[in-house]
Design a protein around this ligand. Structure first.
Ligand code: COA
Length: 164
């Protein structure tokens, strides 16, 4: 399996994969594929990686800038992330995240935050100390990994693409 940056020819496959992966999820509002497109159009898709196997895109992850209490301070958000349903639980998500975090670190990021299932993201180094918040969500779902500087506290806000 190859983890690499997206290229122009991947865009439709990323869109279809994201729609398919999120479709069965009870927390999905069906906008995730469109969020990826909007991030890209706004120039906020800072890292977009695909997992390719036998010429097929089987996974994708997006990273975009976030703010915490209104300040960017080198923080990024992970997501949407999608793995082809038949290929889930085989380490593809983990490999995409590991490579993305490595690239963020290389670029001097302070850290990365996300909203998601702690059972999954604790396996790749994310955790919550309750200090990072997102709307009125249970803070256990608001997780982060710190590369440098103090652990963040305050209200997390994602790029505008997540809101429209
Ligand atoms: C979430 C998602 C990207 C994970 O990708 P994946 O390739 O299936 O994940 P991995 O196989 O790399 O697993 C990573 C770790 O999380 C664990 N894990 C994965 N899915 C899990 C689940 N549903 N429940 C509990 N643990 C889970 C794995 O056991 C693994 O830990 P380990 O390496 O210690 O065994 C994938 O399930 C997906 O596309 N889901 C649909 C879209 C979605 O919900 N995206 C995320 C929204 S927050």
């Amino acid at each position: 399996m190859l983890i690499r940056y997206e290229t122009l020819v991947d865009l439709d496959a990323i869109h279809d994969l994201t729609s398919t992966a999120f479709k069965p999820m009870p927390y999905s509002d069906g906008t995730e594929a469109e969020i990826v497109r909007r991030l890209r159009a706004a120039g906020d898709l800072k890292i977009s990686l695909v997992a390719e196997q036998d010429g097929e895109i089987v996974g994708h992850v997006a990273f975009s800038p976030v703010t915490i209490d209104g300040a960017h301070d080198g923080w990024f958000g992970l997501g949407p992330i999608s793995v082809k349903p038949e290929r889930q639980r085989q380490g593809i998500g983990k490999a995409l995240i590991a490579r993305g975090l490595e690239l963020l670190k290389e670029r001097g990021a302070s850290g990365c935050a996300l909203i998601g299932n702690p059972e999954i993201y604790s396996r790749v180094g994310f955790s919550s100390d309750g200090q990072l918040k997102y709307l009125d969500l249970d803070t256990r779902l608001v997780q982060r990994i710190v590369f440098r500087g103090p652990p963040p506290s305050g209200m997390l806000q994602f790029a505008p693409a997540f809101e429209s």
